[in-house]
Design a protein around this ligand. Structure first.
Ligand code: SF4
Length: 343
């Protein structure tokens, strides 16, 4: 089996909570608390969950925007989480990011030409000045913006066009992996679809891997290969898209999917309403972190933390229901599949 492009093993990021005049540490926000996954070359893995579940922290931890609390991050077989900044630099080129708000992530005092030229120059990718200009023009073609728009400023573009510039800037470094952190969440529905189609075309043409961080399962269903579902700093289910959407094996995934509109006219999903709010990541519940909201919780859920269990090849879920006989598991077999559209 070939080496995955990205491997994340038991990743933890705990942010200290400080209080008082001296700013002493009074606790920790367990934003990411021991998650593992991998992404193959050319694959899209979507990391989904409600806001505050820790998914954006995972993206930032992979990019080394801060030090991690524990675990390992490996890029193409090389461990990068403990690498000194100078050694990391050439590897950093291979992982780029597209953020949610392209306006605040683009320098308003730089013309598009300079925004795109900066990473090309920083990573020493152009042979000479003519090559640099050619690369900038090619990037505009790739993201389907007119070449002469390179003379304009970020504020002169629409939200969708600015996101295209953000994608072009990420591509300028010739990455293998792009982390899309809620990259289409702030856009109108029609623009959203255009940007998703563009990302899919770029992935096909360039063989890019994508870590697509999103709370929008309707978009994820359209574009991903596999899905990892996060709840309160943990991954609770990982599966190929088709399997996950057809027959979720975790009650939290079941609830998330039940809120996704079904595209077929007249079809609908049985809505699962979760009780209560997401608990604080400063003091996550003992046992299964989802037990305070889970409609199927039983005694064991309040004591033991469930480990990820492979229910089918490539389909993992962390839930004690999998230890019950199939007849007692409400998400086993055909019952899970029944969550799909009801006519
Ligand atoms: Fe629900 Fe228990 Fe499964 Fe957690 S372990 S998701 S509480 S049934």
């Amino acid at each position: 089996m070939s080496t995955p492009l990205l491997e994340v093993h038991d990743l933890k990021k705990h942010f200290p909570v400080r209080a008082g005049f001296l700013g002493g540490v009074t606790g920790y926000v367990y934003a990411v608390d021991g998650i593992s996954f991998s992404i193959a070359k050319g694959e899209t893995l979507s990391l989904v969950g409600e806001s505050g579940c820790g998914k954006s922290t995972v993206g930032k931890a992979i990019l080394r925007l801060f030090d991690i609390t524990g675990g390992q991050v490996t890029l193409d077989g090389t461990r990068i989480d403990d690498m000194p900044a100078a050694t990391l630099r050439p590897l950093r080129r291979r992982m780029q990011v597209v953020f949610q708000d392209p306006y605040s992530s683009l320098n308003p005092r730089m013309r598009v030409r300079d925004i795109l030229a900066e990473p090309i120059r920083n990573f020493g990718l152009a042979k000479d000045a003519a090559d640099l200009e050619k690369r900038v023009g090619d990037l505009m073609d790739r993201v389907r913006l007119p070449r002469d728009a390179v003379r304009r400023w970020p504020h002169e573009f629409s939200g969708g066009q600015r996101q295209r510039i953000g994608i072009a800037r990420a591509l300028a470094a010739e990455p293998d992996l792009i982390i899309c952190d809620e990259a289409v969440s702030a856009l109108d529905v029609s623009v959203k679809a255009q940007i998703v189609n563009l990302l899919q075309d770029l992935q096909k043409d360039l063989g890019l891997a994508l870590l697509f961080i999103s709370h929008d399962l309707a978009i994820v269903e359209h574009m991903t290969h596999r899905v990892a579902v996060m709840y309160l700093g943990k991954i609770v289910e990982v599966a190929p898209k088709r399997e996950l959407f057809a027959a979720p094996k975790h009650p939290y995934t079941e609830a998330l999917l039940s809120a996704v509109p079904v595209p077929e006219p007249g079809a609908q999903r049985e809505r699962v309403i979760l009780k209560g709010d997401v608990p604080s990541p400063i003091n996550p519940p003992k046992g299964c972190r989802f037990h305070t909201r889970c409609p199927y919780a039983f005694d064991r859920c309040r004591q033991d933390e469930p480990a990820l269990y492979q229910t089918e090849p490539g389909h993992w879920s962390a839930c004690h229901l999998h230890d019950l006989p199939a007849a007692e598991n409400p998400l086993a077999g055909a019952k899970g599949a029944a969550l799909i559209a009801k006519h």
